[in-house]
Write a protein that binds this ligand. Structure first.
Ligand SMILES: [Zn+2]
Length: 102
């Protein structure tokens, strides 16, 4: 979503992730706006819930897809860490052998 900063008047982009998180807050925490942080001046521009709805009409489906992606990523990460941990155990044994030979 592209926005114009109300302070420096420059255009900046609000990421899909930030926008969807904003929509979640509007719906589940009763907020009536989303605070977008300008990437140029770091100030907060208010986006009304109406404007947010126009930008993210399918936010619920997209939010769920985003959560699923995050979940899949976490699982992948856990698997990689497990593999790394297993790999770390093997070299230790080799080291011991080398020490014995000396
Ligand atoms: Zn700005």
């Amino acid at each position: 979503m592209q926005l114009q900063c109300s302070y420096c008047n420059k255009m900046f982009v609000v990421s899909k992730e930030a926008g969807l998180a904003g929509m979640y807050e509007i719906y589940h925490e009763g907020k009536n706006h989303f605070n977008a942080v300008c990437e140029h001046c770091q100030r907060t521009t208010r986006v009304s819930d109406e404007q947010m709805k126009q930008n993210f009409p399918n936010w619920e489906a997209e939010y769920e897809a985003m959560l699923k992606e995050a979940d899949a990523f976490a699982k992948k990460q856990a698997e990689l860490e497990k593999q790394l941990a297993e790999r770390k155990e093997k070299p230790k044994k080799e080291k011991k052998k080398r020490n014995r030979k000396r």
